[in-house]
Design a protein around this ligand. Structure first.
Ligand code: ARG
Length: 274
């Protein structure tokens, strides 16, 4: 692998020497290694993929994506720096080179692929609905949401999906998933549409107040989580794919998922005990 990295670096150097694209702000693999750190952008409101915990009095971003990103940084021999931002801005951050890559449970999507490059998919999922326990009788099938107030995170595929599927509904977009869940608990919205695994995590932590709609999931073509890089950084993308595929094949991705689901569950216990 180290050889491969060297080859990429040589190719990258050649590319920079001959390419007019070198004027773009994005950093090559060589720049990243020279700097000694790689910058990952995320939206840390999406357990078990990324969320914030307090460790020794300091906020720390943890989750499946940070764990996988750490493996990428290790492979490159650099430190990992995580920037927490709004989900909506991630594509632009990578496109303009403010971050080297983004890992945020981001679903592969052809529109996004017009402006950034996608890695291979490392997790497949569907979209689910979460509702307030008080309204469980009212919302049982998809049609029940036709005129509902549906919360979605800004810039997500769920935002588009909600608008397309429910043209007569009131789609309420917010920046952070935590705010959507709060709005659901207080009855300001009727439902939140989110990736299924994340619904499970939010429900597990708020069982007295919210629940998923049983047997209601929307599966999009090609839907699966992937990381994104700048279009001009194919060499970084190749390293990311190498690391992801190795971890998928060895079963490590599954272990990382399990570990983070447990970590999130233990965090919930801590808060309840306080
Ligand atoms: N999978 C959805 C999408 O790509 C939502 C991802 C939200 N991620 C996050 N870290 N908040 O649009």
């Amino acid at each position: 692998m180290k050889k491969l990295v060297k080859l990429f670096m040589a190719l990258a150097a050649l590319f920079i020497a001959v390419s007019p694209l070198s004027a773009s702000a994005q950093r090559s693999l060589e720049d990243i290694q020279e700097d000694g750190k790689i910058i990952m952008a995320t939206s840390a409101d999406f357990p078990p993929f990324e969320w914030t915990i307090m460790e020794d009095g300091e906020a720390k971003i943890v989750g499946i994506d940070p764990d996988l990103a750490q493996k990428i940084a290790d492979e490159l021999g650099v430190e990992l720096e995580i920037q927490d931002t709004s989900f909506e801005s991630l594509v632009t951050q990578v496109q303009t080179g403010r971050a080297d890559f983004a890992a945020a449970g981001m679903s592969y999507n052809p529109d996004r692929e017009n402006v950034v490059s996608f890695s291979d998919i490392y997790y497949e999922t569907t979209t689910s609905f979460v509702i307030n326990n008080d309204n469980a009788d009212q919302f049982t099938v998809q049609e029940d949401f036709n005129n509902a107030k549906i919360g979605v995170q800004k810039g997500t595929i769920q935002e588009e999906l909600a608008n397309d599927t429910f043209p007569d509904a009131e789609v309420v977009s917010m920046n952070k998933n935590g705010d959507l869940v709060e709005a659901l608990k207080t009855g300001r919205i009727d439902a939140v549409m989110m990736d299924t695994i994340v619904v499970s995590e939010f429900v597990a932590q708020n069982e007295d107040e919210i629940q998923p709609v049983a047997d209601l999931e929307i599966k999009l073509d090609d839907d699966g989580f992937a990381m994104i890089t700048n279009k001009a950084n194919e060499d970084l993308l190749a390293v990311i794919n190498e690391v992801l595929n190795e971890a998928l094949e060895s079963g490590e991705v599954e272990e990382i998922i399990e570990k983070n689901i447990e970590l999130n569950a233990s965090g919930a216990e801590d808060t309840e005990e306080e």
